[in-house]
Design a protein around this ligand. Structure first.
Ligand code: ZN
Length: 461
């Protein structure tokens, strides 16, 4: 018997958790939390639909919290095995799990003090201590090496682009005299990102689990370099602040790299860049430490292998130094989290910079419905921050070319090296429309049998 259960990222993009079970072993691929709507987040509090103690090992494709954030909870509930991942993923996981635990502990504390909870006592989903237990179980493995989890299950990681150290997983399961190959895509990134390796060529497989975040979309063909050249020139002319809300993992590093490169080639006038996010700064440290996981060699390009190399890049860790940025005079660039304006230091910058007509707010990437970022992108003339109205006097632009996810064309391109049709393809990690579109594209282009699993569905392989 070989069974696969979809305990997350089925009908949605978050909560990735796939359970592979044979007669004598159980392996989990990804261990993420659900994010977004309240009904989804509520699922994180349900008891796991399996016994965490019987899991032999967990394979983590990459360090985004919707792929690793449930690990501390499983560790607390009895998971004692190893959590396999690449070395950069392990490093990034330390930063994001501890950060996530800290935010949850603070939030629970705030709710209890302000009596904002319907429960007897608001609790964090996991604590710093739970995160530390999970971190100790992480076991780094290199790309391409086969690793055995049990006698009958082995796997290897392949580059997936997306963020530093992200992987697809090729898994081989032996059961009662037969051996099957299963390929989990993980999150496939875009080709040509200098700070990650391009997605690797997948091997033939019996079963394919394919993400579909942008299964129905094509990215606009704009070149982020030319967008940035125009933006920087404009902000210098306006003598204003170019405020860029950016995700701490991936996006901040990509933008810093881009600005440094354009400056080096004299394509933009020299300009100060302020990175105001302690987590983004720590994550950038990991990007520098693992520069051999980049597609390009930053050392050969005259730097020391670090995307933060730049005479005019300034880092702001402390609250004090962040506050001092409120007095900053333009032209300057300020990068801060969170990317969709759902919290963090960016809110204070918006309060100070949004009313100023000389300033520009450049939104990078996808803004989910219901977020402040989405409202700005949709052209709001006034928004509310901390219950106070803030007038939008600044110019607001949306940069399309910086997505971390492949669109359907790029996903189909990634699948090209697979020459033998898999017995079945499971299309996951997408909103309903996106998964349906991806399944349709795969059927039309390759003629493969596709199925979109529902949450907690179990299939026999
Ligand atoms: Zn991801």
């Amino acid at each position: 018997m070989i069974q696969l259960s979809f305990h997350g990222a089925a009908g949605t993009v978050t909560g990735s958790k796939y359970l592979l079970r044979t007669d004598d072993s159980a392996v989990l691929i990804d261990c993420g939390v659900f994010q977004g709507r309240r009904q989804l987040r509520q699922l994180n509090w349900d008891p796991p639909p399996f016994d965490p103690a019987e899991i032999s090992g967990i394979i983590l494709t990459h360090a985004h919290i919707d792929h690793i954030g449930y690990l501390p909870r499983l560790a607390k509930q009895g998971f004692r095995g190893k959590a396999y991942c690449t070395a950069p993923t392990a490093d990034l996981a330390v930063i994001s799990l501890l950060d996530s635990a800290h935010i949850q502990e603070e939030d629970a504390d705030f709710r209890n003090r302000k009596k904002l909870t319907h429960h007897k006592k608001a609790l964090p989903l996991f604590t710093k201590a739970d995160a530390e237990t999970a971190i100790n179980q992480m076991h780094p493995v290199p790309y391409d090496d086969w690793v055995s989890i049990t006698d009958n299950v082995r796997f290897r990681m392949r580059p997936a682009g997306h963020i530093l150290g992200a992987a697809s997983v090729e898994l081989e399961v032996a059961d009662k005299g037969r051996t099957i190959q299963i390929l989990f895509s993980g999150d496939i990134g875009r080709y040509g990102n200098p700070l990650t390796r391009d997605p690797g060529e997948p091997s033939n497989c019996d079963y394919l689990i394919c993400e579909s975040t942008y299964g129905g979309r094509l990215h606009a063909p704009e070149d982020p370099r030319s967008v940035f050249i125009d933006l920087v020139r404009e902000i210098v002319e306006r003598e204003g602040i170019l405020l860029i809300p950016a995700f701490a993992v991936g996006r901040t590093q990509q933008i810093t790299y881009l600005i440094n490169e354009l400056t080096r080639h004299d394509l933009i006038p020299p300009i100060d860049v302020h990175i105001d996010s302690p987590m983004a700064i720590s994550v950038t440290g990991t990007y520098c430490k693992f520069h051999d996981y980049h597609a390009i060699d930053l050392k050969q390009m005259g730097g020391h292998g670090c995307v933060l190399e730049g005479k005019r890049v300034f880092l702001h860790r402390s609250r004090q130094s962040s506050m001092e940025l409120n007095r900053l005079k333009g032209p300057s660039i300020v990068l801060s989290a969170s990317g969709m304006l759902t919290g963090g230091r960016i809110l204070h910058h918006l309060i100070h910079r949004l009313p100023g007509p000389n300033n520009i707010v450049a939104l990078a990437g996808f803004m989910a419905e219901g977020t402040l970022g989405r409202r700005l992108a949709d052209g709001a003339t006034e928004i509310r921050i901390h219950k106070r109205p803030v007038e939008v006097g600044a110019k607001v632009v949306v940069m399309q070319g910086l997505s971390g996810h492949a669109d359907f064309h790029e996903l189909l391109h990634w699948l090209e090296p697979i020459t033998n049709a898999p017995s079945r393809v499971f299309v996951t990690h997408g909103e309903k429309q996106q998964s349906e579109a991806m399944a349709q594209h795969i059927k039309e282009e390759r003629g493969w049998d596709c199925h979109i699993p529902t949450l907690h569905e179990t299939v026999e392989l």
